[in-house]
Write a protein that binds this ligand. Structure first.
Ligand code: PMP
Length: 432
């Protein structure tokens, strides 16, 4: 594969943008090789500046469930753009998308649109603190909830990829208010509630962790978090930025039948445009300005292009719900198991965690149930595998601590091509 143009563009980018990127994992530091500079996407494929084609298994890190340049979304964005990119005033589209979200997520009575998952979780935490009058929050090691100060403590995604314990620039006084506990460990949560009696405002959790790689909740774990928060007078916040509309139309909360107090959404809800949301019980949401004392705002919140893309995407998922989620399940099952079988044939230790169209191949022979067990993975071998797959036109998320995704444009033929490529990639792994 030729990478000359991408390499030259990377060099220019590095002189202008820190690390050459606007978001750290894009720099491919964990896996090495050249980050391809993308020119276009169509369906399940991406093309780079050197004309190479890739099967895309990260889907813009989650949003592209309907594939790239999905015609109804393209038309909706084009039509909205002709009426102006932004007004900073109310539009009917905000209510249209809000209605779709509220119907899909019965725990959400009211919501507010923002422009990123970071804003959604940051605002949900502020709201939870105001509503309960308490200041501590519980999060889980390896979960990533965006890059606001208090949520970077023991975070996943790029924070885990680069082995950063949190972030420089976050005062201890703020980090101190975040209690980071191991995922899937109920005892740890019970102890925290006992130690910080009546001081914990909320638990925020990725109900299926994606940002330490994919880690499903243990049997009864989410139910227990729901019961404990209710008894202790704390709020339960499901961060469904990744899982919302992906694991099922109504996200992980529909799959596991849990009603959180607040939910954060992002990625799919905006169909690839900068859009996210937080919502929940009306009694809590009504604390937001202008009704209540919790301030939260955004120049581009509810942006008309983002609303148009979100309505087209979520509207399609609603209309074709049964076929969409059945197809996602079947193609993901084929590719996830097929590659795992090749690893096994090649004698490579691998644990595959999958929930719906979200999965991770961990390079470890032991079960992965929390961040500590995910961190047992052989990341050097993952890097060799990743590079060998990229060279064959298979673009997997460029860190062991990320989930892979696919969308409705991925065919069984794509899955089979991926399995065949993995056979060769595992051969190069075995050689190193
Ligand atoms: N929460 C979760 C679960 C996420 O996966 C992410 C981003 N990957 C975020 C929050 C932050 O979203 P954003 O990058 O849009 O700020």
């Amino acid at each position: 594969m030729n990478h000359a143009r991408s390499a030259a563009l990377q060099q220019r980018a590095e002189s202008l943008l820190p690390g050459g990127v606007d978001s750290p994992v894009r720099a491919f530091r964990a896996v090495g090789g050249h980050p391809p500079f993308v020119t276009r996407g169509q369906g399940a494929y991406l093309w780079d500046e050197d004309g190479n084609r890739y099967i895309d298994y990260f889907g813009s890190w989650g949003p592209m469930i309907l594939g790239h340049a999905f015609p109804p979304a393209v038309e909706a964005i084009q039509a909205a753009a002709t009426r102006s990119a932004s007004f900073g005033a109310s539009t009917a589209a905000e209510g249209d998308l809000a209605e779709l979200v509220v119907k899909a997520f019965p725990s959400i009575e009211k919501l507010r649109f923002v422009s990123s998952g970071t804003e959604a979780t940051m605002s949900a935490i502020r709201l939870a603190r105001a509503f309960t009058g308490r200041k501590y929050i519980i999060k889980f090691e390896g979960c990533y909830h965006g890059h606001s100060d208090g949520l970077l403590v023991k975070a996943g995604s790029g924070v885990a990829t680069f082995s950063i314990p949190g972030s420089a620039g976050v005062p201890d006084e703020i980090a101190h208010l975040t209690l980071a506990l191991p995922f899937n460990d109920l005892d740890a949560v019970q102890k925290a509630f006992a130690t910080y009696k009546d001081q914990i405002a909320a638990i925020i959790v990725e109900p299926v962790v994606g940002n330490a790689g994919t880690i499903p909740p243990g049997h009864g774990y989410l139910e227990a978090l729901r019961a404990l928060t209710t008894v202790e007078g704390a709020l339960l916040i499901f961060d469904e930025v990744m899982t919302g509309f992906r694991l099922s139309l109504g996200g992980a909360q529909e799959l596991y039948r849990i009603q959180p107090d607040l939910t954060t959404l992002g990625k799919i809800v905006g169909g690839g445009l900068p859009c996210a949301a937080f919502g929940g019980r009306a009694e809590i949401m009504n604390q937001l300005a202008p009704l209540g004392p919790v301030y939260q705002a955004g120049t581009l919140s509810g942006n008309p292009l983002a609303m148009a893309a979100g309505i087209a995407t979520v509207g399609y998922l609603v209309k074709h719900r049964v076929e969409v989620y059945a197809q996602l399940e079947s193609v993901t099952d084929t590719v996830a198991n097929g590659v795992a079988a090749e690893a096994s044939k090649a004698g490579i230790a691998m644990t595959t965690n999958r929930v719906g169209a979200m999965w991770t191949w961990f390079f470890t022979g032991s079960p992965v149930t929390d961040y500590a067990s995910a961190a047992q993975s052989d990341t050097a071998t993952f890097a060799v595998f990743h590079r060998a797959m990229m060279e064959q036109g298979i673009w997997l998320p460029c860190s062991q601590y990320e989930a892979a995704f696919l969308g409705i444009a991925h065919s069984i033929a794509d899955a089979e091509a991926t399995i065949a490529a993995s056979r060769k990639a595992f051969a190069s792994v075995a050689e190193t």
